[in-house]
Structure formats: structure tokens, C-alpha cells
Design a protein. Structure first.
Length: 171
């Protein structure tokens, strides 16, 4: 299964797409980071809905890869908009990643908790956030590998859908 080689670059690419598709979101301030953190929380909820009652060895719903791609893309967007070193965070966490969906959800919950802090205007330590997003990314890729999901392909497909929906002329 393909694994990430340059998450910082990938995050910047997704952020560039987002800014092109939704320029008002990126007009300034911390609003884009709050948006990405809150949407990430929603996407984690959608993923949990698909996984909550899956027993070990059961076949996953076909939408699991799509929802995992959403979670991963929003985590990359959040890290990129905050200027975090996503590669460093991932490298520190990848050896500890379990590939189990409960650990993926816990990692996502830790990142989503930042939404509350960002929304309140609290300071968020970049090192701590880098560590948390790195853990989420590591768990996402480990879960994908354990579940035979080609996460990078799922992410590419998501971008293609978004490009078709929002990339062309509007009107």
C-alpha cells in the first residue's frame, strides 16, 4: 500500500485547492483553521458511524475509504494552514500507530479538541498540535494498510470530485 512521502507538500497542495475552491474561507485570520478543525470533527463522526459496530474480520463498508480520506485531507489542511511540520509529526508517530480504528478515533478526537481552543482564540502550542496531527495521520495510514484501503488513491478521488464540483467557473 502506498504510504506518504511528503505530507508537508501534500498538505500545501490540499490547502491551495481549498483556497481556490473557497476563497472567502481563506480571507484571513484563524477562521480557516477553525473551519478545518470543526469539519474534521464531523468527518470523524461519519467514519465512526461506519466502524462502530464492525467486529474484527468483518468486511468494511465501501464508504470507509472515502470517509478515511476526508479525515486525512482535513487533518492535512489543518496542519498546513497552521504551518506545522506534518512530516516531523508523522515520523514521530508512525512507529507507534496500531492500525486499529479505536486508536484512529482517539487520535482524531485529540486533534478535534483543538477546535474548541482555536474557536475561543486560545493559544495552541505548535509542537503539541504537530504531535497530535502526526499521530492522527499515522493512525489513518496504519488503519488504511491494515484494512487494505489505498488511502492515497481515495484522497486523489476525493480531490477529483471536489475539482469537478467547485473547480470550474461558477455561476
Amino acid at each position: 500500500m502506498p504510504t506518504p512521502t511528503n505530507l508537508d507538500q501534500l498538505g500545501r497542495e490540499y490547502l491551495t485547492n481549498s483556497a481556490r475552491w473557497f476563497p472567502n474561507l481563506h480571507a484571513g485570520g484563524i477562521s480557516a483553521a477553525v473551519h478545518f478543525a470543526l469539519v474534521l470533527a464531523g468527518e470523524v463522526g461519519e467514519l465512526v458511524e461506519l466502524l462502530a459496530f464492525v467486529e474484527p474480520g468483518e468486511i468494511l463498508d465501501r464508504r470507509t475509504g472515502e470517509e478515511l480520506a476526508d479525515v486525512t485531507i482535513y487533518a492535512l489542511d489543518l496542519g498546513a494552514v497552521l504551518g506545522l511540520d506534518l512530516d516531523l509529526g508523522y515520523r514521530h508517530a508512525e512507529m507507534l500507530a496500531t492500525g486499529l480504528w479505536p486508536d484512529l478515533v482517539v487520535a482524531a478526537g485529540l486533534v478535534c479538541n483543538v477546535a474548541k481552543k482555536l474557536n475561543r482564540g486560545d493559544d495552541v502550542e505548535p509542537e503539541l498540535l504537530t504531535e497530535k496531527i502526526g499521530r492522527l495521520l499515522a493512525e489513518a495510514f496504519a488503519f488504511a494498510e491494515a484494512s487494505s484501503i489505498d488511502l492515497l488513491s481515495e484522497m486523489t478521488a476525493k480531490v477529483a470530485v471536489c475539482e469537478a464540483r467547485w473547480g470550474g467557473p461558477r455561476g
